[in-house]
Design a protein around this ligand. Structure first.
Ligand SMILES: Cc1cc2nc3c(=O)[nH]c(=O)nc-3n(C[C@H](O)[C@H](O)[C@H](O)COP(=O)(O)OP(=O)(O)OC[C@H]3O[C@@H](n4cnc5c(N)ncnc54)[C@H](O)[C@@H]3O)c2cc1C
Ligand code: SF4
Ligand code: SF4
Length: 426
């Protein structure tokens, strides 16, 4: 293994005590199959010693490690784990109608608290800090938008208003061998932002792209980042602590938009194996992939539904590290956006900070607003997500521990109703 080979090359230099090395991250997270490919470790490394292994899309050591421990400290599957500090009350209680946010679940808000430092927001209820919430759609919904096209419209408005110089988004790979692979890049024009509309169900090591040196930007760039909640966790954690940064411009991030997320997938496992190979899906004809109401839905450009199956059939390609994640709602972001809670063609938007509110206000002329259709669905899926994380954590200590979730009961609860289970048996 490359990292250990490098370590051996360093032999002869005595390891000072109290150091944490990259190979600790490698053993505890990457080789343990827990990495969720957020790229935080790459962005955090002050000596730019971490790159991306082309074959696995996982972090690898490319230069000498100095043992500074920062990759470990900021890794959402390593030292960060700030969700572990959430008061258990926010898990929510079980009622006849399913789990709800616990009454009076208050997040501690004093500045010494790690939760507060990372989320930056005021005390919240079960959804975390929420100033406002809406169902929103773009008046002129861009082609390829996943739901209401809100993220795209917001970013274009921020760019047009001079609030940002670019946005870190995820668009389609231009490599013909990787159809429908999402790739992170900085979009600096409205067209580039629009071209990246829609959801790609793979992680992209997005924060590695915060090395902005290959983009033409002003000396003090201001960028927005659209990411899965774990990626926004990494940014907020890095922004809440001072350390000698490397090439990556954490300081340039002035707006964060989290996409609600219960899981992501390995690109090859999902698109090339389970869809193209096992189901003979012609990936070049695909216009949309969606994980919604517990189902994986794949549509072709001519409107044909190519796949409509329970998402559990695709769990073999899901990232194992996502099971540990308890941040479906993207609590550290300025804005959280997803489909759950709103009718089709609209996006649910949770405004979590003044920066988020300003960004939404700036785009107001481009957007339609209404109340969330089913806010309780957000509580329900969040509670379910946290329980999976709780089970996953417990099983990591004791593989035989009884599960907190009664999965069979969860699915049975929905049988004979007009509601679909938010996540099917996993
Ligand atoms: C992996 C994943 C899992 C999700 N799971 C849920 C869920 O369980 N429940 C739910 O309600 N919503 C979920 N979403 C969010 C949902 O699919 C939409 O992204 C959201 O509703 C915004 O839609 P929109 O039409 O407003 O955005 P659009 O205008 O279509 O813009 C979407 C933006 O997301 C960016 N993007 C696309 N893929 C990625 C990616 N992999 N990583 C980072 N950025 C990306 C695009 O670049 C674009 O800027 C998930 C999204 C992803 C990527
Ligand atoms: S989870 Fe993120 S920070 Fe941790 S090893 Fe993987 S890419 Fe790096
Ligand atoms: S489920 Fe959690 S860990 Fe997995 S991609 Fe989504 S936010 Fe990241």
């Amino acid at each position: 293994m490359k990292a250990f080979r490098l370590r051996q090359e360093m032999n002869g230099i005595e390891e000072p005590p109290g150091k944490t090395w990259f190979w600790e991250l490698q053993a505890g997270v990457i080789d343990a199959g827990r990495c969720i490919q957020c790229g935080t470790c790459i962005a955090a490394c002050p000596s730019n010693s971490i790159g991306i292994d082309e074959d696995t899309n996982l972090p690898e050591l490319v230069k000498m490690c100095t043992g500074c421990s920062l990759c470990w400290d900021f890794c959402p599957r390593g030292g960060l784990r700030y969700e572990a500090l959430w008061p258990p009350s926010t898990i929510g209680a079980e009622t006849a109608d399913g789990p709800v946010a616990a009454e009076g679940a208050v997040v501690r808000a004093d500045a010494a608290d790690t939760y507060w430092k990372i989320t930056g927001g005021p005390p919240g209820d079960g959804l975390g800090a929420v100033i406002d919430s809406y169902a929103v759609r773009a008046g002129n919904r861009p082609d390829g938008a996943q739901d209401g096209g809100v993220v795209t419209a917001l970013l274009i408005a921020a760019l047009a208003g001079g609030e940002i110089d670019g946005a870190l988004v995820t668009g389609p790979s231009d490599d013909p061998d990787e159809p429908w692979k999402g790739v992170a890049h900085l979009a600096t024009t409205a067209k580039e932002i629009t071209d990246a509309a829609g959801s790609y169900y793979n992680q992209t090591m997005a924060l590695a792209e915060l090395d902005l040196s290959r983009y033409d930007l002003p000396p003090k760039p201001r960028i927005a980042v659209v990411g899965t909640p774990c990626e926004i966790q990494g940014i907020r954690a890095m922004q809440s602590r001072r350390w000698p940064t490397g090439a990556h411009r954490i300081d340039a991030v002035v707006l964060t938009i989290a996409l609600l997320c219960t899981k992501s997938f390995d690109y090859r496992g999902l698109m090339l194996q389970l869809l193209a190979e096992d189901r003979s899906i012609d990936i070049d004809r695909v216009s949309k992939v969606d994980v919604i109401r517990g189902r994986m839905i794949v549509e072709y450009r001519d409107g044909e539904v190519a796949v409509d199956e329970p998402v559990k059939n695709f769990h073999g390609a899901a990232l194992k590290g996502c099971d540990e994640c308890a941040d479906f709602l993207g609590r550290s972001a300025d804005l959280s956006v997803g489909s759950v809670g709103s009718m089709d063609g609209w996006s649910s938007v949770l405004v979590r900070s003044e920066r988020g509110r300003r960004a939404l206000d700036n785009a107001r002329g481009r957007l339609d607003f209404r109340e969330l259709d089913t806010p309780e669905a957000l509580f329900r899926l969040d509670a379910f997500d946290k329980r999976i994380a709780f089970d996953s954590l417990r099983r990591s200590f004791d593989p035989d521990a009884p599960l907190f979730i009664d999965y069979a009961q969860h699915v049975a609860d929905y049988e004979g109703t007009d509601r679909a289970p938010v996540v099917l048996d996993r």
